[in-house]
Write a protein that binds this ligand. Structure first.
Ligand SMILES: Cc1cc2nc3c(=O)[nH]c(=O)nc-3n(C[C@H](O)[C@H](O)[C@H](O)COP(=O)(O)O)c2cc1C
Length: 170
């Protein structure tokens, strides 16, 4: 039986990190649809302290692909979305809120049929801000290179519930 639970489970468990993309153009409408879903992420006080920068410029993509050794997937993408979180709007919770909206965006891209991988940003914040002229109070939480998948990796292993769930105390 195809229940809502089984559909949600299938949706969540079928997401993969995709690091190689086909050369097909990525329709703007799909990017917009995904962003329009992601903006419904929850945030402390409903402050929504985030800004998304959609990068298509080849030179900027090349620079972003060089921020560290695991950022190479950006080079093969035609569009990347940088999720920034605003420390002026939410000084105490911008990193948590930013991480939530980034996760929503990752799932929203999956929802509209696009693939991506979360690229780490926290130690390269200044470099990333410089590439897109972002002000200092914006913290890049994630970069998502976006495209149609040119690979279909198997699921990566996960810890067993028994390893990670404790009842009442350690
Ligand atoms: C906070 C965070 C940072 C990550 N940084 C990178 C990265 O810089 N480069 C990369 O290729 N993958 C990165 N990943 C992807 C993880 O390696 C991937 O999610 C994990 O191996 C599980 O695989 P899956 O996403 O296919 O389930 C990151 C994921 C998260 C959540």
């Amino acid at each position: 039986m195809c229940t809502q639970e089984s559909r949600c489970r299938e949706f969540l468990l079928s997401r993969r990190s995709i690091r190689r993309f086909r050369e097909d153009p990525v329709p703007d409408e799909l990017i917009e649809k995904a962003l329009d879903i992601a903006r419904f992420a929850p945030s402390a006080h409903n402050n929504q302290p985030w800004v998304f920068v959609v990068v298509k410029d080849k030179e900027k993509l090349r620079k972003l692909a060089e921020i560290h050794r695991w950022s190479k997937p950006i080079l093969g993408s035609q569009v990347a979305i940088i999720v920034f979180s605003d420390s002026k709007i939410s000084p105490r919770s911008h990193l948590v809120d930013g991480s939530i909206v980034a996760t929503y965006l990752w799932l929203a891209l999956h929802c509209v049929g696009l693939s991506t991988v979360w690229i780490y940003t926290l130690e390269q914040a200044e470099q990333i801000r410089n590439i897109v002229n972002a002000p200092e109070h914006l913290m890049p939480v994630a970069i998502f290179p976006v495209g149609f998948p040119a690979e279909s990796p198997p699921p990566r292993p996960r810890k067993q519930l028994s390893e990670i769930v404790k009842i009442d105390s350690f």
